[in-house]
Design a protein around this ligand. Sequence first.
Ligand code: BES
Ligand code: MN
Ligand code: MN
Length: 458
Amino acid sequence: MNAQLQYIETNKDRFLSELLELLRIPSVSADNKYKTDVMQTAKFVQQKLLEAGADRVELCETGGNPIVYGEKILNPALPTVLVYGHYDVQPPDPLDLWHSPPFEPVVKDGKIFARGACDDKGQMYMHLKAFEMMMQTQTLPCNVKFMIEGEEEVGSENLEPFIKENTDKLACDVILVSDTSMIANDVPSITTGLRGLAYMEVEVTGPNRDLHSGTFGGAVANPINILCNMIASLHDQNGHITIPGFYDDVAELSPEERAAMNQRPFDLQEYKNYLQINDIHGEAGYTTIERVSIRPTLDVNGIWGGYTGQGAKTVLPSKAYAKISMRLVPNQNPAKIARLFAKHFESIAPTSVMVKVTELHGGEPAVTPTDSIGYKAAAKAMQATFGKMPIPTREGGSIPIVALFEKALKAKTVLLGFGLDTDAIHSPNEHYGLFNYYKGIETIPYFYKEFTEMWKQA
Ligand code: BES
Ligand code: MN
Ligand code: MN
């Protein structure tokens, strides 16, 4: 056994208990009541980076949650890997659907169950432990910088200015991120694309107050009825989005590219069984793999208004609301799409109501190349530890900051994720496999080694 594997073996239990400790702190960025927990989580990460052997470890103040920074510069003549991850998590609700409390991690059936287990505490922490292992076994082959933020789940608004103001501090040759998934534990893959996002909230107002639905119903617009009609009209019979200009900038893939991406293992029956659905649903002319990666979408995330308490209340509500998000693909621009949405939504409102459209946040789509040395090093690393070459895959989720990395830091990003689509991220009972956690820790040092070698040759 090599020294690195030996080190994992010896420290396995501590690697796990430290992650469980991290998972116990409820760092929900969306909800202000967790502010002190978020702060405590940042300090935990800072402390662990320091213990692992990083220098200049600090909490960088932002307009919001702090960014944890740390580095190990061996020699300026060597390449530098910048590790990005996030310590914040999604809200845990609905709480009653969890089999164990979201912030009291349990290990069951070889998996760690807790909010953030996979997204992204578990995946981020692999990098700290891989770094510790390289330091302790004297096998760190290059420089490394860590930038761990606390606002990814709310749009990374403060990270953007931080990066722009600190391009020298963050200067690097590659950005390494583990915040995505792979196809299966025996089918390694590397993510080569993420979708963007335009997130909107709409408010439809009918009469100036809630009314008796018998006295006024039938003669005055019901904003909930109207909102439902408006939303329904946003897709046509073929599942295409009806907003004028929505598809104008969508990059179409060649038939060859589409054929290649559909080669990846995918079992539709298994997919349906897992979700307990009788049938799938989506845009005509595209496969499920394509629908969740290279095609843009529009979804209602939440809709509310009127009476939703116990029993029946006969009411014609004054207002109706919905949160609507659109996943975007290259070369759609979130700001432009938000404008098109607002214009269209206002235009389809009947004169009997008033509508207000607000943009909540956005993020650009990203594609990462497969011919960069970063990608090649990651592929070799996975081959070394999984015994198989990984498959490049484009994913449907978003990491808004990735698009900025290339522009601001002039370096390519490698999306080396170890999660699975079945890990229930953002859902009740989120989990992360012990296999995945340890495999990640084992694989990451190979990336450093391969990247450094290829960089020296290039
Ligand atoms: N780690 C996810 C993104 C992700 C998930 C990428 C699965 C690929 C596969 C990230 O934490 C996330 O949830 N991002 C948000 C975007 C944000 C602006 C709220 C998302 O995709 O909804
Ligand atoms: Mn994430
Ligand atoms: Mn997330």
